[in-house]
Design a protein around this ligand. Structure first.
Ligand SMILES: [Zn+2]
Length: 97
């Protein structure tokens, strides 16, 4: 099935409908709900479900200075590479010969 413009528009409408239901679950009184649900908010949420970047949902690298998978792997590769070099070439002599 090809992803045509029609399909994407339908998905977008469904997302907005779904988020309206989610928002309805958050608010108990209809007045609060009407204040909260605006067309802008629905559209924004449907386009960017992960709309927050606080310390709980944000990038762990930014908030907790965690290293990425690629960085961890690269670090491991360097250590392994040094070990392999030592096995192949033998211990490095201090005179350089
Ligand atoms: Zn957040």
């Amino acid at each position: 099935m090809s992803r045509t413009r029609d399909y994407r528009r339908q998905q977008y409408a469904q997302r907005k409908k779904r988020f309206r239901k989610v928002f309805e679950g958050w608010y108990t009184t209809p007045e609060d709900l009407e204040d909260f649900i605006t067309p802008f908010r629905l559209g924004f949420t449907a386009n960017t479900p992960h709309s927050c970047s606080c310390y709980m949902c944000g990038n762990p690298r930014k908030w907790w200075l965690e290293r990425t998978r690629q960085e961890l792997r690269s670090e491991l590769d360097e250590k392994e590479y040094a070990q392999v070099l030592q096995l192949v070439e033998g211990p490095v002599s201090k005179s350089g010969k």
